[in-house]
Design a protein around this ligand. Structure first.
Ligand code: PLP
Length: 466
């Protein structure tokens, strides 16, 4: 059967098959029934193309992940080379492979100095899930089995395996799904735009840290294993915490023997201009850093949990006779994924991609900020290549438009009609581009967004929402 899309009929047939058989993640079924999906068929550099031949600037790096851009032949070749030499063999029970070993060594080199041990998984959710198991095991081995609860935050996004979904604090993500409530407690997110009226940013920071202290006092430090945080919250709305927030949260963790887990699935691999952001940008030394996405630039599924020397010392203590560290996946350290990641990191270093982010990122921030002249743009926020527009009905009160107005979808649709893909998340629009955008691309993108926002305002007015 052909998947050749050279006629409109074939493209239509493929669209129908997708609609009939593919259960997509995060589908809005009120729209899917009529719209189905845009099927992306080609990609090159900063562009992608759909089955109808429409070409778009990729404003979301696939899904925060294609950091080195699309169509990197040398990554494909490295994967093909590995797939034909030795596509797969177990990494369980004292077996290993070359790319997984070299990548672990490289990650230990790139990560903060005390993080020298790597546990592999197949993505971000699985990395967070595996982390919770390892953290629980760690405290059990230390004779502190009551330390089980993980402190997360409202609006956090940590994935959708059962545990990762439970760590996720975006309420709408778990509508009619269950969560493991006995294992997780949520703090407030650090949301400077919607902080209490009249409170300074530094007083807001004090308030959030105090909430953490109060929560520990209420639950008992003996019952708390870890605090998990994205250094900048991503899917929850690109929320940049007040200055010093993470350092102070880390200090509270240390005081109470609570591990700090940095979920750097989005922030690592250059999005903020560094291979890892925790220490380089926020001045913290987490006990664990999780990464995925940009680790392989999305060319192959891969997640990695970077573990501190102190924690490894406990995890690596031999168990009693017959006991092993019984956690891991068939595809932990998959050779083809690890070969993709090694080539991806080589490209990032060779092309100094982090330097591009440090140079173009502030320009992106500055140019996007000009969009706040639009009636519906309440906040433009983020850092470097991790940006967000918050759409509102009223900029003074920060009141939201009704959900039915679908403002995020409207802006994204208007942008897509003009050749740019950005991501709608409720009333927000997220921009998380490949890290190879230049200033010229930024100018082009801001022009498109400018027009898309004007068209959105017109549409909202026409429909009586403004
Ligand atoms: N953690 C963060 C911060 C993420 O943004 C994501 C995905 O967007 C995940 C975890 C889940 O990763 P995955 O979708 O690879 O399972």
């Amino acid at each position: 059967e052909t998947t050749d899309l050279d006629t409109p009929e074939r493209a239509q047939a493929l669209w129908q098959k997708d609609k009939d058989h593919f259960i997509h993640p995060f589908t809005d079924f009120s729209r899917f029934g009529t719209h189905g999906c845009d099927i992306i068929t080609e990609s090159e550099g900063i562009h992608v193309q759909d089955a109808q031949g429409n070409r778009f600037i990729d404003g979301i790096a696939g899904l925060w992940c294609v950091n080195v851009g699309h169509g990197r032949r040398e990554i494909g070749e490295a994967m093909a080379e590995q797939a034909t030499r030795m596509a797969y063999f177990s990494t369980f029970n004292n077996l290993s492979n070359v790319p997984a070993t070299l990548l672990a060594d490289k990650l230990a080199d790139l990560a903060p100095a005390h993080l020298n041990h790597v546990f592999y998984s197949c993505g971000g959710s699985a990395a967070n899930d595996a982390t919770v198991r390892l953290v629980h095991y760690y405290f059990n081995r230390l004779g502190k089995p009551s330390k089980k609860r993980i402190i997360s935050r409202n609006n956090a996004y940590h994935g959708t395996t059962y545990m990762a979904a439970s760590l996720t604090g975006i309420a709408s993500n778990n509508w009619d799904f269950d969560t493991l409530d006995h294992l997780v407690t949520y703090l407030s997110e650090a949301n400077c735009y919607r902080r209490p009226e009249g409170m300074s940013e530094s007083a807001y920071c004090d308030h959030l840290v105090q909430e953490f202290e109060d929560t520990i006092a209420r639950l008992g430090a003996d019952n708390i294993a870890a605090f998990i945080a994205e250094p900048i919250m991503g899917a929850g709305g690109v929320l940049v915490a007040p200055e010093g927030y993470l350092r102070r949260m880390q200090a509270v963790c240390r005081k109470h023997d609570i591990l700090l887990i940095a979920d750097e699935v989005v922030t690592a691999f250059g999005r903020l201009g560094h291979f890892f952001a925790s220490e380089a940008v926020f001045g913290v030394q987490p006990d664990i850093i999780n990464c995925a996405k940009g680790l392989s630039s999305g060319y192959a599924p891969l997640g990695a949990t970077l573990i501190s020397d102190d924690m490894y010392e406990v995890l690596s203590r031999p168990q009693g006779p017959g006991g092993v560290l019984s956690t891991g996946f068939t595809y932990s350290g998959h050779p083809v994924s690890c070969a993709a990641a090694l080539k991806n990191i080589e490209i990032m270093e060779r092309e100094r991609i982090c330097d591009n982010v440090l140079e173009v990122g502030p320009y992106l921030e500055e140019r996007l900020a000009t969009l706040s002249r639009h009636a519906t743009v309440g906040d433009v926020r983020g850092s470097h290549f991790m940006m967000c527009l918050e759409n509102v009905a009223d900029k003074t009160t920060r009141a939201l438009l009704p959900v039915e107005a679908r403002v995020g979808d409207r802006v994204a649709d208007e942008a897509q009609a003009r050749g740019l893909i950005i991501r709608p998340v409720g009333h927000l629009n997220i921009i998380s581009p490949p890290l190879i955008w230049t200033r010229e691309v930024v100018d082009q993108v801001v022009d498109i967004l400018d027009q898309a926002l004007s068209a959105t305002t017109d549409g909202l007015r026409a429909d009586g929402y403004l």
